[in-house]
Design a protein around this ligand. Sequence first.
Ligand code: ZN
Length: 121
Amino acid sequence: MPDQTCSKCGAAMEPGESRELAGEEVCEDCFLDGVSITKTCDPWAVHTAKSLKDLPGGHALTPLQQKLYDLVQERGEVPILEAAAHLGLNEEKLRQEFAPLRHMEKLRACKKDDVIHLTLF
Ligand SMILES: [Zn+2]
């Protein structure tokens, strides 16, 4: 009976050395690779030098969030659909980008003449 092999890279694994990743038995290296790939999908884990510089002590923004924030900062008040169009997003996607900014207390939404506007917090 040969040792188990990693289902990603085919490396032989000692019994008990395998890790489970998305239902597959993989070696430690592939497991760590897989985990770090998952992490880059997390907007909170994305740090860029620029946003860290602009936001001392704060969370880093994704490029889209930064663009949204810059737009609102420049215009003061932006109807949500206009902001979505500006970023090339639909309203649902824009709301996803907006949510963390609201959590960070950078932007908030207000209703004006039945239209939702984004404004600085
Ligand atoms: Zn492997």
